[in-house]
Design a binder for this molecule. Structure first.
Ligand code: DOR
Ligand code: ZN
Length: 437
């Protein structure tokens, strides 16, 4: 567990400095000191053999739910960050839909204290936009900013009131922090449990149309233009959303967005079970509540447009939206089940299928998990530059494994990928030079 490590013979990929070479990487006292071929092992250092593996900056997750305080039966900061480390992440941003919500100084201080005591990685809190996430009254945003929140969100729920959103964007412009909105027009999404389309019709479930997301995205981009604030759209899922963001960016509006591994790789048919060929009669795996997530898994053409958005830069970063739930929340009817997927431990493996299929290259994938989220945070992380904290992920791009939620470090076993073969396995995660996974 020393903070002096020589990582030998790996393919080092660091998009922040356009590095892609087979080399050694030396860490001294928790800090990156050198990248060079054939480095000698200094005294008092461990050697990690990375031959055949890829060595890159530790991943940064801008969006996850750690559930503490209040829902420790679903996840804690300790279990969630252990799962994150197992998934290659060394920094996670914690969403504030906890109980109580992170809408005031004492709750944020509690989260920071718990993170210091129990997390092996960096935990950056996100503050609420409104008091109690009720959408009526702005939280003490500047007080939360002083404590170090990296943005504001009522995630899980949208900010419905346009005037509240306008004020939030105005304040956040002054604080130089983003408003992160979960875009969903309530009157269009009310009572819906999946995407609106032929699958929802076939299953007799109420669907959410793409417009529920897109109308609010359009409004938020317009308000960002009006106020000069920074709107960050959480978990984009439709082609229409990407068209709006692309056009806004072209006009110089400060609008950014993230996509999840599941919206890049899975479509609505998964709600009918893993096979698409037997919808008459329905397979016994239909109404799979582990495929219930918000925004819902969309149709194939939306999934393809997410991949395109990643390639053409409309999508800024990949974020997990790790949303752990316990069995009781998911072992019920599709209509009643909780929204959310446990993602931290499968996210990278499922993203590697896009690399394997030739949809994106591994350098772009790593950039969207490291340099680009670091840029959004305005922090000197996500990079293997000399002098930076030695936050490092080592993975084997060709090792295959089968998803078994019972082995997850996360308390959330709610994944629709159980039994799926993935290619690409995290072999080690270092934080400040210490091997924590
Ligand atoms: O599926 C989701 N689960 N979407 C959200 O926006 C919230 C999240 C949760 O907190 O469970
Ligand atoms: Zn959300």
């Amino acid at each position: 567990m020393t903070a002096n490590v020589l990582i030998k013979g790996g393919r080092i990929i660091d998009p922040s400095q356009s590095v892609d070479e087979i080399s050694d990487l030396l860490v001294t006292n928790g800090v990156i000191t050198e990248i060079k071929t054939s480095l000698d092992r200094p005294r008092n250092s461990e050697v990690f053999d990375a031959e055949g593996k890829i060595v890159c900056p530790g991943f940064i997750d801008l969006h996850c739910h750690l559930r503490e305080p209040g829902e420790e039966y679903k996840e804690t900061i300790e279990t969630g960050t252990a799962a994150a480390a197992a998934g290659g992440f060394t920094t996670v941003c914690a969403m504030p839909n906890t109980v109580p919500a992170m809408d005031n100084q004492s709750v944020v201080e509690y989260v920071l204290k718990k993170a210091k005591e129990t997390a092996q990685i960096r935990v950056l809190p996100i503050g609420c936009v409104t008091v109690g996430r009720k959408g009526k009254q702005l939280s003490e945003m500047s007080e939360l900013a002083e404590l170090g929140v990296i943005g504001f969100s009522d995630d899980g729920d949208p900010i419905e009131d346009s005037n509240i959103m306008r004020q939030a964007l105005s304040y956040s412009a002054g604080l130089k922090l983003p408003i992160i909105n979960h875009c969903e027009v309530p009157t269009l999404a009310h009572g819906a449990s999946m995407n609106e389309g032929w699958v929802s019709n076939r299953l007799g479930l109420k669907g959410m149309p793409n417009s529920a997301e897109e109308i609010m995205v359009a409004r938020d981009l317009s308000l960002a233009e009006l106020t000069g604030g920074h709107i960050h759209i959480a978990h984009v899922s439709t082609m229409g959303t990407l068209n709006l963001i692309k056009a806004a960016k072209a006009r110089g509006i400060r609008g950014t967005c993230e996509v999840t591994p599941h919206h890049l790789t899975l479509s609505e048919t998964l709600v009918m079970g893993p096979t698409e060929d037997s919808f008459v009669p329905l397979s016994r795996d239909a109404y799979n509540t582990n495929a219930k997530v918000n925004p819902p898994l969309r149709n194939q053409s939306d999934v393809r447009s997410m991949v395109e958005g990643l390639q053409n830069g409309t999508i800024d970063v990949i974020a997990t939206d790790h949303a752990p739930h316990n069995q009781v929340d998911k072992t019920t009817t599709f209509q009643d089940a909780a929204f959310g997927i446990s993602v931290l431990e499968t996210g990278f493996g499922s993203l590697m299928t896009l690399v394997d299929n030739g949809h994106i290259d591994v350098n772009t994938l790593i950039k969207k998990l490291t340099a680009d989220p670091a840029k959004l945070l305005g922090m000197d992380i996500g990079s293997l530059k000399k002098g930076n904290s030695a936050d490092i992920t080592v993975f084997d791009p060709s090792e295959t494994w089968i998803v078994n939620p019972q082995t997850f470090l996360s308390k959330g076993k709610n994944t629709p990928l159980e039994g799926t073969l993935l290619k690409g396995k995290i072999k080690a995660t270092f934080f400040k030079g210490r091997k924590i996974y």
